[in-house]
Write a protein that binds this ligand. Structure first.
Ligand code: ARG
Ligand code: ASP
Length: 717
């Protein structure tokens, strides 16, 4: 272990070897990347980005909610993130009568800002390499014992670092556990909605344009972080005041040019750059196609019902966007990986790896079994991977009504022990959940999805992966008839009844619900899944993880002179590159930026995803862009060769001077395989030009008072 860490520390920088691939650890910039960043034009130092002794850019970058990034843009807690990151908050304040999704929302004063229970902003206090402490007293331990000891050490270290709950402290593995870092956060639970453009602007292009370039949406939303009178985290209260961050981003109107240095700071979620060929092959040949097939069916049904009824459109807007997002990315991944010959490239790398460890007996001993073990384990995994994905996509994420049985206890033992006041709290909690559930539920839609997806489950899975009674029932009778019957009989498909049940919940209902046909069906599927699929799936994956850890250790040793970055794991990273266009396919060249003129061109196609409010058309025709334009044109979005992934949404796009010029929100479709293999020719991240955002706030929404809070520099027209 020690040797390996030493090797990690002395990794030299072979600077150009990796293109702009990489998501770098903020505390290690000095070692790996700052020289290259500065060569590319960056004017600040590593300390300006991350320091615990002085205010640094890291103090202005937060985890927004559960899976996005946000950036502080004023000394009064203004937080900038994506519209799609704030989507569910915006939706939760919306109804058919008061539709903030369609119309946008703008608080015209702090009093009008809207609170969002459950939404948080996490500020990173510090991050430290704790590998040695995590591995303390582990020297002689193997496998299960080792993991137990590691977990024990991790729990202790986290507990100490949390200082009795003052902070949230999390230890995360890097390089599959070859290294560990501790992250300490301050969590602010009072985050209010300040403004969001209408969907027709924020999500212009909708799911047609999602993951695509050229892009024309202003994917931003503005929130404000509140704190108590000591500037510390506090639950929502009217007496809270705007949080004063240690650092916030100045906003530059200078815009971007080709080859400009550009940097993202944020929280990339997951990448898998060190997978073996077998894993990549399984993804291309089986996992992605399976998941795509199921989601295509579900999304088609959603679409049909959303078009037919405006109420369903709002109810299913968020569900649709969530589901279609990965669906489209999976398709892009397959194409991108095939185009890169990713499996072949991985095999070549594995051959190199083999040649490397064969140089001497000690390495041979250590690494000989890695590749054959991958062969065997991925063969074992294959059928379970299919079953796992089918159950996930059909039973756990596909059929809405299957989300309900989990709210209720399966037997009355816990209930009997509860005091009457606890029971009341429990009833209230269920009632709230049930209420939320049915607000976004349409029986017709769900029933159609139910029939379609259960059919797929039956037709595509090996019978051993299905419960016997389930198979028998559907083999014997007409499935449409059974499902209609089930839906007619089940209380789960009856919102009014369910509300009544949750408010009067008691022992009688515990027993009754377990006999409900939908609940029974769900439990039978779930039971079969837990016993016959999940267990093996997890077991094989744990073995794979062990082998992967050894493989990673080998890669780090073999490539000790190259700079390697750990896979994304939803911790703060720095990624950088250049503003540049690309050639998505033969004969086609994409420019690096788009403008409001492009919006008008799309509007002219009359496609339903390309509609904009009249007011924006007027702004366009008047050409009065409040000084936010460049050479008479109003810039909208631009791209750069920066390695990013899900979670980077809402990441500030920072220029050479450390100023915010853009807001990251997506990647180009041809480069979506970057989570598995990066291609500097094809991988581009997409950013909103901050000038278009300012135009929308100032000129479209008339919320120019917000600009007064910001520190705006530079000039365009
Ligand atoms: N593709 C973006 C990212 O992965 C999400 C964009 C959301 N917009 C939409 N039209 N669905 O999260
Ligand atoms: N749209 C993604 C996000 O929400 C970003 C990406 O995958 O490039 O984080």
């Amino acid at each position: 272990m020690k040797n390996l860490l030493f090797a990690l520390l002395i990794i030299g920088c072979s600077l150009s070897a990796f293109g702009k691939e990489g998501m770098w650890i903020p505390t290690l910039l000095e070692k790996y990347t700052i020289d290259e960043m500065q060569e590319m034009g960056f004017k600040l130092t590593a300390d300006d980005i991350y320091s615990i002794n002085q205010n640094s850019l890291k103090d202005a970058v937060v985890i927004f909610g559960k899976g996005c990034t946000g950036a502080m843009i004023s000394d009064q807690g203004l937080l900038l993130t994506n519209h799609h990151c704030g989507f569910s908050s915006i939706q939760s304040h919306s109804s058919v009568e008061q539709d903030y999704l369609s119309d946008g929302f703008w608080a015209m004063s702090k009093e009008e800002e809207l609170s969002n229970p459950g939404l948080t902003a996490r500020f990173l206090e510090q991050m430290v390499d704790v590998t040695d402490s995590v591995y303390a007293n582990c020297d002689s331990l193997q496998a299960g014992d080792l993991q137990l000891k590691l977990n024990e050490n991790i729990n202790r270290l986290q507990k100490n670092a949390s200082e009795d709950g003052k902070y949230e402290a999390v230890i995360k593995p890097l390089f599959f556990g070859n290294q560990y870092f501790l992250y300490v956060y301050k969590v602010f639970p009072d985050v209010r909605l300040v403004g969001a453009p209408p969907e027709s602007i924020g999500k212009f292009g909708g799911d047609t344009d999602n993951w695509m370039w050229p892009r024309h949406n202003a994917d931003f939303a503005i929130f404000r972080v509140y704190a108590d009178e000591n500037n510390e985290p506090a639950a929502y209260s009217e007496s809270n005041v705007p949080y004063q961050p240690r650092k916030w981003f100045p906003i530059s109107l200078d815009g971007v040019k080709p080859n400009d240095f550009m940097m993202l700071m944020g929280y990339p979620g997951t990448t898998q750059e060190y997978l073996p060929s077998q894993a990549v092959e399984m993804l291309i040949e089986q996992s992605n196609p399976d998941r795509i097939k199921i989601r295509t069916a579900r999304l088609n049904i959603f679409s049909k019902h959303m078009k037919a009824d405006p109420k369903t459109r709002i109810q299913y807007a968020s569900k649709f966007a969530k589901s279609s997002n990965s669906w489209k990315r999976w398709k892009g991944e397959i194409r991108g990986l095939n185009r890169l010959n990713a499996v072949e490239k991985k095999r070549e790398f594995e051959a190199e790896f083999e040649a490397w460890y064969q140089q001497n007996d000690r390495l041979e001993e250590q690494y000989r079994s890695v590749l054959p073990q991958f062969d065997k384990l991925y063969m074992d995994l294959l059928p379970f991977d299919r079953a796992y994905n089918y159950y996930q996509e059909v039973v756990f994420k596909g059929i809405d009504v299957f989300g309900l049985p989990g709210y209720f206890p399966k037997n009355d033992s816990g209930w009997k022990r509860m005091s009457e006041s606890r029971r009341d709290l429990y009833r209230q909690a269920i009632a709230t959940k049930i209420d939320e559930f049915y607000r976004n539920y349409d029986k017709e839609t769900d029933q159609e999805v139910f029939l379609k997806l259960l059919r797929m489950l039956r037709q595509d899975l090996d019978p051993s992966f299905l419960p016997a009674d389930f198979k028998e029932m559907f083999d014997r009778y007409d499935d449409e008839k059974i499902i209609r019957k089930i839906y007619d009989k089940s209380v789960l498909a009856d919102p009014e009844k369910m509300k009544e049940i949750s408010l009067n919940f008691n022992e009688k209902w515990i027993a009754k619900l377990q006999k409900d046909p939908l609940v029974e069906l769900y439990h039978s599927l779930r039971f079969h899944y837990v016993r016959n699929i999940e267990l093996v799936y997890r077991e094989v994956n744990e073995k794979i993880d062990d082998v992967q850890k050894t493989y990673m250790q080998g890669i780090l040793a073999m490539q000790k002179d190259e700079r390697l970055y750990p896979d994304a794991n939803f911790t703060m990273r720095i990624a950088y590159g250049k503003v540049q266009g690309y050639e998505p396919r033969d004969g086609v060249e994409y420019d690096y930026y788009t403008t409001l003129t492009g919006i008008m061109e799309k509007v002219a196609t009359d496609h339903p995803d390309y509609q904009i409010p009249g007011k924006l058309k007027t702004i366009y025709s008047s050409k009065d862009f409040n000084g936010f334009s460049e050479n008479g044109e109003m810039p909208v979005a631009y791209i750069a060769s920066i390695h990013s992934t899900g979670g980077n949404s809402g990441s500030p796009a920072i220029n050479a001077n450390g100023e915010l010029v853009g807001l990251n929100f997506d990647r180009c479709w041809e480069g979506t395989m970057s989570d598995i293999m990066f291609d500097p020719d094809q991988c581009r991240n997409i950013m909103l030009d901050v000038r278009y955002m300012l135009l929308i706030i100032d000129k479209y929404a008339g919320a120019g008072y917000l600009l007064d809070e910001m520190e705006i520099t530079g000039n365009t027209d």
